[in-house]
Design a protein around this ligand. Structure first.
Ligand SMILES: Nc1ncnc2c1ncn2[C@@H]1O[C@H](COP(=O)(O)OP(=O)(O)OP(=O)(O)O)[C@@H](O)[C@H]1O
Ligand SMILES: [Mg+2]
Length: 128
């Protein structure tokens, strides 16, 4: 079932992270606690602007998981992932050849495996 939107998952914690008062935000929870969904909503909150084509706080975001397949299958295409959590007019498009999600406002999220940290050098991400 598609989750309802918009949902303010992280509330105050997300907004201080978005305003860069927090450098790192960690979430610990059991099965089904909402970790993946909170991550997807956080990404939405930093890349989306007020209207679908408006710029958000971040233009380039790195999405890092244990493996690349996990990032793609769970964090991007999963039931609680970014695509399911995004309303149609703000839904990004997956560009497999570049391992990137591209939003209607031009923001980009690039998927990485934690096993290959050197790949993160270069693109100058606004958030990860
Ligand atoms: N704040 C919320 N409002 C509405 N639904 C939510 C919220 N947080 C999580 N959910 C829903 O609860 C379900 C479980 O969430 P999620 O998949 O994020 O859990 P998880 O902690 O990542 O679980 P797992 O340990 O299995 O990886 C999903 O259907 C998700 O959409
Ligand atoms: Mg999860």
């Amino acid at each position: 079932m598609r989750p309802p939107f918009p949902v303010r998952v992280l509330g105050a914690a997300a907004s201080v992270a978005v305003r860069r008062l927090l450098a790192v935000l960690g979430i610990m929870g059991g099965r089904g606690a909402g970790k993946t969904r909170a991550g997807a909503e956080w990404v939405r909150q930093v890349v989306e602007g007020s209207l679908p084509l408006d710029r958000g706080e971040a233009r380039r975001v790195a999405l890092v998981g244990e493996t690349f397949d996990q990032v793609r299958d769970v964090m991007i295409f999963g039931d609680s992932g970014i695509l399911q959590c995004s309303p149609p007019d703000r839904r990004p498009v997956w560009k497999a050849s570049e391992r990137k999600l591209i939003w209607p406002n031009g923001a980009e999220v690039q998927a990485f495996s934690a096993h290959d940290p050197e790949r993160l050098r270069g693109p100058q991400f606004d958030a990860a």
